[in-house]
Design a protein around this ligand. Structure first.
Ligand SMILES: *Cc1c(COP(=O)(O)O)cnc(C)c1O
Length: 345
């Protein structure tokens, strides 16, 4: 018998010490994708963790991060949430939704990473910003100092006797990353409850909080589950460095042992021409998940991550008979802003 069988019982982390709002009534579903698995030849059993079904307006991974940020903002007496992101940012849309749900105001700094990509009357997010009553959108060019732009909003609010609470882009600082430590704990509990052990976890890797939080949560529970991130923007070495740095900071923040560098794997073959720009693999993956499983992916993150997963299955990256879980981080409202590239010709 190997020493592995005698590992101490998973204890996880005591997250209850951190104030949290709740925007989802219970765990998100953990489901097999039998039709997709069969379509890909049946050598790997694919599962999905439906974090696209989290609460708030068109929920996704940012909802879990916001549960911790908004609790902190309320404790500090804030009346306005301030954050930043790209035009179709799920983080911006969900921050606005959380503000509305809590009776707070919201201001957004939108970074035009692709020049000319912001249009106030566009579909997708812009319509939703309008419906939910955004207080102010400030558009800045790609590469701007977003922290400074958010600080300017907070200063402007202070000048008017108000109190703003700035949330980092993507919510990827240790406090928000706790949301994905919580997701790892939820997934392990479901895996035990449903009697399914996983061999591998796959996730889109962007501003790094989701990937880092999952690794910290799994490690602190001694889960020994390999995690592969699929990059949506950065080259492999840079992204692995970012995820590792945030994982180490989050572990320190939460008081659990540091994360080894070799626990972080990020693959960059599916980024294509750049962040948010369509690729043939993304289009094929979005169409395949919709038509085999009735699951809506998104064009910027999960479409590319699923394109990676599909190729990895075909290339034999996973041993035959492996059970692989894909964390669906949400984002489907952006599909409508990509109608022209996604619809069948
Ligand atoms: C933000 C986002 C991601 C990436 O998560 P990070 O924590 O930024 O790495 C993945 N999928 C969707 C839909 C997102 O909105």
């Amino acid at each position: 018998m190997t020493s592995r069988g005698f590992r101490s019982t998973p204890i996880g982390m005591n997250l209850a010490r951190f104030p949290r709002r709740r925007y989802t009534p219970g765990p998100t579903p953990l489901e097999p994708m039998a039709r997709l698995s069969a379509h890909l030849g049946g050598s790997v059993e694919l599962w999905i963790k439906r974090d696209d079904l989290l609460g708030l307006a068109g929920g996704g991974n940012k909802t879990r991060k916001l549960e911790f940020f908004v609790a902190d903002a309320l404790a500090q007496g804030a009346d306005t949430l301030v954050t930043c992101g790209a035009p179709q940012s799920n983080h911006c849309r969900l921050t606005l939704a959380a503000a509305v749900a809590e009776g707070l105001k919201c201001r957004l700094v939108i970074e035009e990473r692709v020049p000319g990509s912001y249009a106030a009357d566009a579909s997708g997010n812009n319509l939703l910003f309008n419906l939910m009553g955004i207080e102010r959108v400030t558009v800045v060019p790609g590469g701007s100092d977003l922290g400074a732009a958010m600080a300017a909003e907070v200063a402007d609010l202070a000048a008017g006797g108000r109190r703003g609470y700035a949330i980092a882009g993507g919510g990827s600082v240790p406090l928000g990353t706790l949301g994905y430590v919580a997701c790892a704990e939820e997934l392990l509990a479901q895996s035990f409850d449903q009697g399914v052990a996983f061999d591998h976890l796959m996730v889109a890797s962007g501003s790094a909080g989701t990937h880092a939080g999952l690794v910290v949560g799994l490690e602190s529970a001694n889960a020994e589950l390999p995690v592969t991130g699929i990059n949506v923007r950065r080259p492999q070495a840079e992204q692995e460095g970012n995820v590792h740095k945030l994982a180490v900071a989050t572990a320190a923040f939460a008081g659990v042992p540091a994360i080894r560098r070799d626990r972080i794997t990020c693959l960059d073959r599916w980024v294509g021409p750049g962040y948010s720009l369509p690729t043939p693999g993304m289009i094929a993956a979005v169409r395949l998940l919709a038509s085999t499983e009735g699951v809506l992916l998104d064009p910027v993150y999960t479409g590319k991550a699923m394109a990676g997963l599909i190729d990895l299955v075909r290339e034999g990256y996973f041993a035959t008979g492996s059970r692989v879980v894909f964390v669906h981080t949400g984002g489907s409202p952006a599909l409508f802003a990509y109608r022209d590239v996604l619809a069948a010709q």
